[in-house]
Design a protein around this ligand. Sequence first.
Ligand code: COA
Length: 319
Amino acid sequence: MSTNGLGFRLSGVGSALPEKVLTNVDLQAWMDTTDEWIRERTGIGQRHIGSSTTELATLACQRAMDAAGVGPADIDLLLLATTSPEHICPGTAPAVARELGLDCGALDIQAACSGWVYGLTIANGFLLQGMKRILVVGAEALDKITDYHDRGTGILFGNGGGAAVVEADPDGEGQMLGWDLGSDGNYVHILYAEHGDVLKMDGKEVFRQAVKAIQRTVNNTMKMATDAGHDVSLDDVALIIPHQANIRIVESAWKKLGLSMDKTAMILENTGNTSGATIPMALHDSLIKDRIQNGDLVLFVGFGAGMTWGSALVRWNGS
Ligand code: COA
């Protein structure tokens, strides 16, 4: 599906973090690890815990709607990317919709840490079908499925929420120039949680596969954009907003792609890996820091359990 020439913009962005912080030093009290090791090997200094997926999603969505200046009647669809839903059934999105006063369609996306990028591209498809405005939120209460006594996984994960109001841009100044989604179910066993259990992970293999997936999806998205006639290259990208599980994954992939960390939006030190919430939270952080201007090219890159991966290149036309 080509995206050439069709307007697409993120008109409001918001995020939410629980108040309670779990630092690396806190973890040292009951885990055989050190603040120094975690910072050096992952880039993480702390993570937030507490609250719930529904609460964090609702707060992030409300803030995004306020930023966009829209109310419940203006939203045509709610897409919630989460790895930590409240129930096996039903999805968490209908409860979030209820909290926001929405009665539109509401569904969960389970694509792990790639979920929000999947949501962004699905929203783009629905805009092409005639919808006007879609909430795309990523929210996680990963503390419910993380064993904070296991040093292989407990150092990594935290809670949070991030959301964007995604809408058609009639002027066509904002656009999704290219995108890519992928998966490889041969790697289910390297990162998973069974019903009622915590996350299990083969960290080294996840690291290896993530670096490969990032390179592949970034190249595919740039190819789609250029095949569609857009004169763009990676050098033209003003800001890259990657999923963040371990800073060394991003650094390794960037080295192979020739990308600079200076052009990268990182929040991992303060949040840990918040799965589907990471990318929209990093986007919100970048907007607060005034790192994105209208007309800029912004590249979103996700990867995670499944394995899944995805990326999207957006010509920014924010509110
Ligand atoms: N604190 C202190 N030491 C630790 C430790 C911790 N939290 N975790 C592992 N170690 C030790 C190991 O026991 C090992 O010691 P040894 O050499 O004496 O045997 C040494 O550190 C190296 O272990 P290793 O497993 O090779 O560490 P690593 O550099 O691969 O880092 C992860 C482990 C989990 C941080 C890393 O593999 C990772 O981030 N993987 C990707 C995870 C991810 O991205 N998940 C989400 C995807 S969306």
